[in-house]
Design a protein around this ligand. Structure first.
Ligand code: C5P
Length: 212
């Protein structure tokens, strides 16, 4: 199956030398891409700026910087893919008026106006092809199940992988993770705290149980 995975943060330019970003390291997305390639799938990895080495055996590696770049790269390739796993921590807001030179400081404060970015996963949910499997990630700190199930429905997803980032060893930058997978049909699977590579393998076995 052709599988598209997104990973890492995005960078939203403020000026020629500054940006807004987040703490995502890309480890979970790279682990999913690696596990899918090792299982024999054709994997496209669309990655924001990270300090990881690209996995071997990918069909395509697409480096991107901003949320807008990621949206363009994903929407171009999505129609062809049997499954899309959106692990990336895409910025929700981007500077409304990025400046193409370096902003000079003044004596006073600076107010940045931010505008919403496109919700890539929501767009994919609206354009979902028959049989296509759409998987989102939800990093939450409280009411994990309610928020995760809300996103699953709102974005027309088949699965959502929720992680409670307030738990030690989970989420951003950790080498381990614990996930709960919620399916649109109501099923729920708990993946206990373990290495991100193992979490990724177990997750794929649940998402794609039947022989290819
Ligand atoms: O609603 P929330 O941002 O928490 O949803 C997280 C999921 O949505 C993740 O799978 C993330 O990759 C995706 N997302 C997206 N485009 C955005 C923001 C989030 O595809 N602009």
């Amino acid at each position: 199956m052709k599988i598209l995975v997104t990973a890492g943060p995005t960078r939203e330019a403020i000026d020629a030398v500054r940006f807004l970003s987040n703490k995502s390291t890309g480890k979970m997305g790279y682990a999913v891409a690696k596990a899918a390639a090792e299982a024999g799938h054709d994997v496209i990895l669309v990655s924001g700026p990270v300090a990881l080495t690209q996995s071997d055996g990918l069909l395509e590696f697409v480096p991107v910087v901003s949320a807008a770049d990621m949206a363009e790269a994903v929407k171009l390739r999505a129609p062809d893919c049997g499954m899309i796993v959106m692990c990336a921590a895409v910025a929700d807001y981007t500077p409304a008026h990025p400046v193409d030179r370096k902003l000079k400081k003044t004596g006073g404060n600076l107010t940045l106006e931010l505008k919403r970015t496109e919700d890539i996963l929501k767009t994919l949910g609206q354009q979902k092809k028959p049989g296509q499997i759409l998987v989102g990630f939800a990093a939450e700190t409280d009411d994990v199940e309610a928020y995760a199930r809300g996103k699953l429905a709102a974005k027309n997803l088949d699965w959502i992988a929720a992680n409670d980032v307030s738990r030690p060893g989970c989420g951003f930058a950790a080498d381990t993770n614990a996930l709960t997978l919620y399916a649109a049909d109501g099923r729920k699977f708990e993946l206990p705290l373990q290495g991100k590579d193992e979490v990724a393998r177990r997750m794929l076995e649940i998402l794609l149980p039947s022989p290819r």
